[in-house]
Design a protein around this ligand. Structure first.
Ligand SMILES: N[C@@H](CCC(=O)N[C@@H](CS)C(=O)NCC(=O)O)C(=O)O
Length: 224
């Protein structure tokens, strides 16, 4: 008898932190229902997430069991462990495991978290002038984080942690398209630049990128 796997449900619109999760599910080949919500756009969009995430943030992954997971890095790490045959994550006893966990957390904590204030700068800024300063300084901080991370990445392999594409590659590939965007990312992070271009061109993701996060003209440029 054929057993059909129960689907995951993933909340988050294209370009959000749900995108690397969706890319991972695509490589895993796991069935998945997508709920497009863009919480960075408005209070109304944020409220759509309330039933699954009190933080009103995406991504949210509802597991086949009905359990809810939030936090992009945790979701990616969990999926990598849950689907070892996909080969997207170093196993617990793999020598790469420590650096894998380190850099997954770094992208989430040092870089992604800054978008909470960037998306709505009035959360921390009292007026338009302060908002401008926050936008400028967080952009510089993100660029610095990419630069420091890049300097510590091993060289000489096609992907960040070796010969096979993995969760860290997917996470960096999507996050590097956010502010300060790819053109600056390529300058700050030349080693990771090679890798994200390789992930952009991954044949198993070609249809996925085209449908969910297309490389439209200008997408590599800095925000004006
Ligand atoms: N720590 C969370 C951050 C998620 C996050 O900031 N998501 C953005 C969308 S890309 C969001 O929901 N923004 C709306 C808000 O923070 O109010 C994670 O890593 O998943």
């Amino acid at each position: 008898m054929n057993t059909v796997a129960k689907p995951y449900t993933l909340y988050g619109a294209p370009g959000s932190g749900a995108t690397p999760v969706h890319a991972a599910l695509t490589l895993i080949g796991a069935p998945c229902t997508i709920v497009d919500v863009a919480p960075w756009k408005s209070e109304a969009e944020r409220d759509k997430l309330l039933p699954v995430n009190a933080m009103r943030q995406a991504p949210v992954l509802v597991l086949p069991s009905g359990e809810v997971m939030t936090e992009s890095a945790a979701i990616l790490v969990w999926l990598g462990d849950r689907h070892p045959d996909a080969g997207l994550a170093p196993a617990i006893d793999d020598p790469q495991r420590a650096q894998y966990l380190r850099w997954m957390s770094f992208v989430s904590a040092a870089i992604y978290s800054l978008f909470w204030v960037r998306d709505v700068p009035s959360r921390l800024a009292a007026d338009a002038a302060a908002e401008k300063v926050i936008l400028e300084r967080t952009e510089e901080r993100i660029a610095e984080c990419w630069r420091l991370m890049d300097a510590q990445m091993p060289r000489g392999t096609p992907y960040l942690l070796g010969d096979a594409i993995g969760m860290l590659d997917l996470y960096v590939t999507v996050a590097s398209r956010w502010t300060p965007r790819r053109r600056r990312f390529y300058r700050e992070a030349p080693r990771m630049a090679e890798v994200v271009r390789r992930v952009d061109a991954e044949p198993r993701l070609a249809e996925f990128w085209a449908a969910r996060y297309p490389f439209v003209p200008g997408c590599e440029a800095a925000e004006s």
